[in-house]
Design a protein around this ligand. Structure first.
Ligand SMILES: [Zn+2]
Ligand SMILES: [Zn+2]
Length: 270
């Protein structure tokens, strides 16, 4: 790797800080949420979604979840770093890399919301394809479904190829939004990219948490997201509930998991 590349501010932010933020933000959320289920305090007993995983299952996800998260991040972001010379001009066009802009502006918030819902749609399409095409399921997605009762670290318990497709879409989405908004003079700021990856990893950990509780905050912020029950039902039933976070596209395409809406109704009446 040339010295020029190492001193390149865009390379530093995109291929060094960005993956570190992604890894840390997932583990900082997922490890304590997993340990909480493992410790199993009394107040958590009535909050589990269709029961608590056994200790053996939690230990397996704790150890292998950390391993897969680190390995998959390394694989994805090493690939992106290698492709950087090809991406650099494009990244300059769709992302603003200077440090001057504030973290929160009206345009950055609108871009952030657009990224959240576009990725939710793209994830739905890719995830549904994993289940429709048998070979894709067997070779790419089956490892993730070997976990029937997830805890938060299951969020990255997957093959490197699945993480490459899913994580690649997570990285690509703000670039797609930037491609569109740049045409109107509003490229995405790199701080939106950083906020997005922290937020997306927070979602990935929470949706696998295995229990419902008010301190799991994502559902309070994302219209259309019901909470961890949505994705836990996907693991339990295997068919349906393909959305990344929201149930919007599953409702539109009538792919909501069997029994999920009845369960949710009961949960809301409690
Ligand atoms: Zn699946
Ligand atoms: Zn999952």
């Amino acid at each position: 790797m040339s010295e020029g590349l190492l001193n390149n501010d865009i390379f530093y932010k995109f291929s060094f800080v960005f993956p570190i933020l992604s890894t840390i933000s997932f583990l900082v959320q997922a490890v304590p949420l997993t340990l909480l289920v493992y410790v199993n305090p009394t107040w958590l007993h009535n909050k589990y979604i269709k029961g608590r995983p056994c200790d053996e299952e939690i230990e397996k996800q704790l150890l292998w979840g950390i391993y897969y998260s680190l390995r998959n991040h390394m694989f994805l972001f090493a690939s992106i770093a290698l492709a950087f010379p090809l991406l650099e001009n494009y990244l300059c066009y769709v992302i603003v890399w200077d440090n001057d802009a504030p973290w929160v502006t009206v345009s950055s918030m609108l871009q952030f919301v657009a990224v959240v819902y576009l990725e939710d749609y793209l994830y739905y399409k890719i995830h549904r394809a994993f289940h429709v095409y048998k070979n894709l399921f067997n070779f790419v997605h089956a490892l993730h479904h070997s976990i029937k009762r997830p805890v938060a670290l299951c969020g990255h318990y997957m093959t490197a190829s699945e993480f490459f497709l899913i994580g690649g879409t997570v990285v690509l989405t703000p670039l797609l939004i930037g491609t569109f908004t740049s045409a109107f003079g509003y490229p995405v700021h790199y701080k939106v990219l950083f906020m997005w990856i922290i937020f997306r990893q927070w979602e990935a950990a929470e949706e696998h948490a295995g229990f419902e509780a008010n301190f799991l905050l994502a559902k309070h912020f994302i219209p259309g997201y019901d909470g961890p029950s949505f994705h836990i039902f996907h693991h339990l039933k295997v068919i349906g509930n393909y959305g990344a976070v929201t149930s919007i596209h599953d409702k539109r395409h009538e792919t909501v998991s069997k029994g999920y809406e009845k369960y949710l109704k009961g949960l809301r009446q409690q």
